[in-house]
Design a protein around this ligand. Structure first.
Ligand code: BGC
Length: 752
């Protein structure tokens, strides 16, 4: 946490930032917006009262640097990035410089030449750690780099629930369970904002697929949404207190998310009491009056819109009274509240770039990868590998030079450079995404741990040649990759480019084969029985090569758990493929063009799984996935015993976890709760990551999050928990029931 600055330092900081001294009130007393004893909202309100209409207009709209240059009124010092809101120096209101996002300070298609940053693994990997401290550390690291690069708003905090295994952005999110995703998101946001900058939480809400993301109408009754996608947002907001919420591209139940009054006002403000500001996603605004009155406070990247909705049009609408003056003031106040509440107003960002401790930050990235990699299979305890092999053959995935990254606005140009970069020829992502590898070579890392071994690389494009190279090796490591990007869903979970045939051929040639999967979500594994060891490494970030090698060779005991179900076949998922593929050609610009591309005809996506997202859908349908949510192996073994369950007002369990193996390691005991109501399936109600020495036993107590057991009562706009006997199980994953019991809970109604 940054220390609070004294008023004197504040003045110095203001001066250092090129700001004029924040005004004194006419009486000579300090202006109320400088009074830290007042709430952020009251200070923001005082600022609004001191502002001219023109100044207020500056606040409710941000420029999109790649397209703003030369436009009337555009500032001439834009940093190439996602957005900029021009500040009001006379009142100490900082210019807001916005950058993506959750995996590091992004620099897509290298818009800032040579500007590199530390790249974390995919958020899905962070979720797999089940460790809020890892999420916090990642956020704190990114926030520090953002601040050092003069950004003060990070478009981080992506928490859309994974409803489909092929989502293009699944890697940017935190999996399929609202409790896990919400807790991890809150910790990440808290970390970002510990630098006194703003983080968003996004994309509010129900941005569940990329196919036609700007025209899809995602439809689900509001109760089910409260019990699933919205719960993840609510937990993220409670845990992280983000200064801003980014509304999504898609339509939700008939209204665009960024002009959806139910979402932006009834739920976010009235029910949840949110005080910060709602910014739009880039190109997600479709109106002036409707959007402003529905609760949108700031139009982001306004050049991407079909019309400049939040400038002259808004001015005119306010003058005419179509947008009430009080609402316009509230829009400005909400932005300033977020800026004050996060500490940014009192601790502005320096005007020059600051030094960054890149070594320390690389260690943060490596730890996140090491905790997030999931060991899926380890037949005959093939892993950890002894450093005795004389000939190691590494195959595929450009593992000689690096590890794969996901694509889109989250793309970081990582420290160390980009060893492989493949431009896209077509499709909605072509203009802003390239298939990019981080410079973290698994091969180099394997060689470093095996200095005496001969380590060679085969690119894997020819399965026969790869099998021939593998045949006489002591050890074979195949790196399989599946690339995903924002703006496109993948259309099959099968590994692309003949990699299944490659793995089959190599494993047939040499049984001492381990497969490392670099993916942005689940993949199918038709070869699973033939390969003794498999790791899910996700997109492992800037130190991914080192993290993978450390796990393979036992320097680190794997502890990741799947934050997402791996289906055995695509047909097990609630939808057989992304909705709308038939309505919209995959490369149709309309799917990513926003309103600037015209109002393309939309289509509806229905969600028969309702609130039973992910593993709960599989349970409801009696489907056995390839690997369940929560699953992950270790080089040691954990056992559970002595469950006690108590009820009353809260469902609390206590139990013992023992490390029954020979190595120290971390376990994630998971509490699954099932309400008494008919047809309810178990869901995650609590979890805890714990580290144990061999033979050590720890007594763990967990209380189930009430909202995971309650139903949303839309009429009462609150939660209802029925009286009755609730089942509680402790498991290693979503299908394991190592211990189970039950307790009676009293009837409860509570507000969100
Ligand atoms: C993405 C957002 C991102 C924004 C700014 C949009 O296309 O959906 O997640 O923050 O661009 O780059």
């Amino acid at each position: 946490m940054r220390a609070n600055l004294t008023p004197k330092l504040l003045l110095l900081a203001g001066a250092a930032c090129g700001l004029s001294t924040p005004a004194l009130a006419k009486t000579g007393a300090p202006a109320p917006w400088l009074d830290r004893k007042l709430s952020a909202e009251a200070r923001a309100d005082a600022l609004v009262r001191a502002m001219t209409t023109e100044e207020k207009m500056q606040i409710v709209r941000t420029w999109f640097p790649p397209m703003a240059s030369g436009k009337p009124g555009a500032p001439d010092d834009l940093i190439p990035s996602a957005g900029e809101m021009v500040g009001v120096p006379r009142l100490g209101i900082p210019t807001l410089r916005e950058s993506d996002a959750s995996l590091g300070v992004a620099n897509q298609v290298e818009q800032r030449k040579g500007d590199t940053a530390t790249a974390l693994p995919a958020s899905l990997a962070t979720a797999a750690s089940f460790d809020p401290e890892v999420a916090y550390a990642g956020g704190a690291m990114i926030g520090a780099e953002a601040r050092a690069k003069r950004f003060n708003v990070l478009l981080a905090g992506g928490v859309n629930l994974t409803r489909d295994p092929w989502g293009g952005r699944d890697f940017e999110y935190l999996g399929e369970d609202p409790l896990l995703a919400g807790i991890m998101d809150g910790a990440h946001i808290r970390g970002v904002q510990s630098n006194h900058i703003v983080s968003t939480i996004k994309h509010f809400a129900f941005n569940a697929q990329e196919t036609g993301r700007m025209i899809v109408d995602a439809r689900l009754d509001w109760s089910a949404l409260h019990e699933s996608d919205l719960l993840a947002f609510k937990l993220g907001i409670e845990g992280g207190h983000p200064g801003s919420v980014m509304c999504a591209y898609n339509v939700v139940n008939g209204d665009w998310a960024c002009e959806n009054k139910t979402l932006l006002t009834s739920i976010l403000r009235d029910q949840w009491g949110y005080k910060g500001w709602v910014m739009s996603d880039w190109g997600a605004v479709h109106s002036t009056v409707k959007a402003a009155n529905a609760g949108l406070d700031q139009d982001s990247g306004a050049e991407l819109d079909k019309e400049d909705y939040f400038r002259d049009r808004l001015n005119a609408a306010v003058a005419k009274g179509d947008v009430p003056k009080a609402r316009f003031d509230a829009m400005v106040r909400n932005v300033l509240t977020g800026v004050i509440e996060t500490g940014l107003y009192d601790d502005p960002v320096a005007i020059t770039n600051q030094p960054i401790d890149t070594d320390a930050h690389a260690r943060v990235a490596q730890k996140a990868a090491e905790e997030g990699i999931v060991l899926l299979r380890n037949a005959g305890n093939m892993l950890p590998l002894a450093a005795t092999a004389k000939r190691i053959v590494i195959i595929g995935g450009h593992a000689d030079v690096g590890v794969l990254s996901g694509g889109g606005s989250s793309q970081v140009r990582s420290i160390g450079g980009v060893p492989v970069e493949i431009p896209l020829k077509s499709g909605p992502a072509a203009s802003f995404a390239r298939i990019t590898w981080h410079n973290s070579s698994p091969m180099r890392a394997v060689q470093a741990l095996n200095p005496g071994a001969q380590v060679s690389y085969v690119d894997g494009t020819d399965p026969t040649a790869a099998a021939a190279a593998a045949k006489s090796a002591d050890l074979v490591l195949v790196f399989a990759t599946q690339w995903r990007t924002e703006a496109e869903d993948i259309t099959t979970l099968a590994l692309p480019d003949n990699q299944d045939a490659l793995i089959e051929a190599v494993a047939a040639a040499n049984p001492r084969t381990a497969v490392v999967i670099e993916s942005g979500g689940p993949v199918l594994m038709p070869w699973l029985d033939k390969v003794p060891a498999v790791l899910a490494a996700w997109y492992p970030g800037q130190r991914g090569g080192e993290a993978i090698a450390n796990i393979l060779f036992g320097k680190v005991n794997p502890s990741g758990r799947l934050p997402i179900t791996f289906p055995a076949a695509e047909r097990q998922a609630p939808r057989p493929q992304p909705v709308g593929l038939a309505e919209i050609a995959h490369d149709d610009a309309a799917s990513n063009a926003g309103s600037a591309g015209g109002e393309a005809k939309g289509f509806a996506a229905e969600y028969p799984e309702g609130a039973d997202v992910g593993y709960r859908w599989y349970a409801r349908k009696g489907q056995r996935p390839l690997f369940p949510f929560g699953f992950g192996l270790s080089y040691t073994k954990f056992t559970y015993a002595n469950l006690k369950v108590s009820g009353g007002a809260a469902l609390t369990v206590s139990f013992d976890v023992t490390n029954a193996g020979q190595r120290s390691g971390a376990d994630v005991p998971q509490l699954y709760v099932t309400p008494p109501t008919g047809g309810a399936v178990a869901r995650l109600g609590g979890f805890q990551r714990i580290e144990l020495q061999p033979g050590e036993t720890r007594h763990v107590t967990l209380s189930a999050e009430r909202r995971t057991m309650a139903k949303w009562d839309e009429a009462a706009k609150g939660w209802y928990l029925a009286a009755g006997s609730y089942r509680a199980a402790i498991g290693h994953d979503a299908v394991d029931r190592s211990l189970s019991g039950a307790a009676t809970l009293a009837e409860q109604r509570f507000k969100p």
